[in-house]
Design a protein around this ligand. Sequence first.
Ligand code: PRX
Length: 654
Amino acid sequence: MSIRGSTDSVLLFYTINYVEYQRRYDTITSQEKTNLSHGYIPAEEYREMSNLGNYQTAYERFLKDPEKFWSEIASELEWFKEWDQILEWNYPNAKWFTGAKCNITHNCLDRHLNTEKRNKVALIWRGDDGSERIITYRQLFREVCRFANGLKSLGARKGDRICIYMPNTPEQIIAILACARIGAVHNVVFAGFGMESLHSRIRDSESRFVITSDASFRRGKRIDLKSIVDRAIVHTSVEKVIVHRRTRPRTELYSEIEIDFYDLMKERNYFIEPEVMDSEDPLFILYTSGTTGTAKGILHTCGGYMVGTYYTCKYVLDMKPSDVHWCTADPGWITGHSYIIYGPLLFGTTLLISETTPDYPDPGVWWDMVEDFGVTILYTAPTAIRMFMRHGEKWPEKYNLDSLRILASVGEPLNPEAFEWYYKVIGKSRTPIVDTWWQTETGMHMVTTLVGEKMKPGYAGKAIPGVVADVVDKEGNSKKAGETGILVIKGPWPSMMRSVWGNDERYRQYWTQIKDYYVVGDLAVKDDDGYIQIIGRSDDVIIIAGHNLGTAEVESALVEHEAVAEAAVIGIPDPVKGNIIKAFVILIDGYSGSEKLANELTYHVRMTLGPIAMPAEIKFVESLPKTRSGKIMRRVLKAQEMGEDPGDLSTMEE
Ligand code: PRX
């Protein structure tokens, strides 16, 4: 039995949330008025050195001629054939750089080989046990080609979907780039996801191959991945499983469909021609949680995504050739796709990746790495910053953090306290903080404070040149400064999602709720200077430690358990993780609520969806608040929990 978390209509949500969020915003402004309004100016050297120069001038250049603006950026990359047209906009479908031919790996790898970057370090990897690997651009190119040849030898072709379920290792990056090299569409699943999440993503994308590792390592412990894959591929279209074997003694490969990662590369040629891709050919699918049941396979294509990620690395993260860039995300999320792998490699920077946990073996490990490797750009999430705040300044103070030049944040609002700590304790009150607002769907940064611009704690910033963002009411009229509204993007941008895999209608919904505008799903407020503050989601998506999770997914996992009749899940604010999950559960007759059963249900969710989806608390209840048409009213549960006014109850059943 499954009760899919049916939602109140999106617009109804907006109306209700307006009231709630306006009140919350009013509280924020009264408490933190000074912080929010005066802003911080980064040190002069950063303003002068920024790649973008003056924001206003750049923005006006974009507004004057958007096509020229994008064509100039695209021309910095290499294309096998130039575009006939920059944009073909057939609302709500966009085609960018139509007629152009390219391969993103040519620009990430081959393009650098005839320059001084050939022997430059592309990748530094630090493992959970402190071990290190260093790979140059030339070496990465060769490994990617060998693996791509291996995939070809198995019969992989352009357009095939290949699922990648691996920890943060160089092999994961090699696998991803090898797919792109041969034109296969990668579908990376975060290795922290459980069996059911992996299974549904493999099925939905109809993946022919799975590339995995036998294990990942965390806090010195081995976490088995292979057994999850073994179960997840049952009743799917998977033909072969490629296994990167990391543990000793070596994990046995029993079945005929399993192949060792390095055996597949053995004696393969160090070169393979990049597949000639049309600008609009699919590059990858990445699943993200939605308002209703199943995760959505967000589809990105080759040309526009390449231009968008390159552009934002250059102008938002302000990359320079000498940078050591460390994005602490996992490639299993869009941040990892765009700002660990594609963007930084397109730019040709050195990237640090790591399998480490921020507080293991102690909360100094990240700062040790910043000092040790001379990290210049640090890109992380508010939840990590808040965790470090809890451990105190003594940890970062032990290390020399002078190399840091840019501090960036993503995933959820960077609250003023966390902003100030990041700015003062880590950035020593001199480095710009770039709070990047964007989404899996947008592919690249959209709203942020650019390097050199005044920063305002609590505000992400303004739309970057190339993007038009606004805060509007449900008819699409601009809201006044200080009023909460719906965040929208007006018009297409190159790295926008092209569809939801197998579900064009779900794609259209982003653009048709308000005519001509892309409705983001977040509520926001603009101030008098046009700075945008993100207030939170307007739908049934909960952001936990920067990770998106649909209430429906967790509810559906709970009701799969034999003891559960119905379940409702809400997000409760948490000082470190942003939100935690609280579940309300109605049991089937004959079962009674106990701590043991609550633990069992938590474990069940963990095994089904993975650790991030685990409820922090389970409450057994007799009934759930519902509308007359039977939809669970989560906002009522939330208001009860928070001691707040539940708002309009006219639709609630007696
Ligand atoms: O609610 C916003 C929040 O994360 C959502 C997108 O999640 P996802 O597709 O998983 O991508 C996360 C990484 C890009 C947004 O709708 N979000 C993301 N960045 C910020 C943010 N909220 C506030 N400030 C941000 N900088």
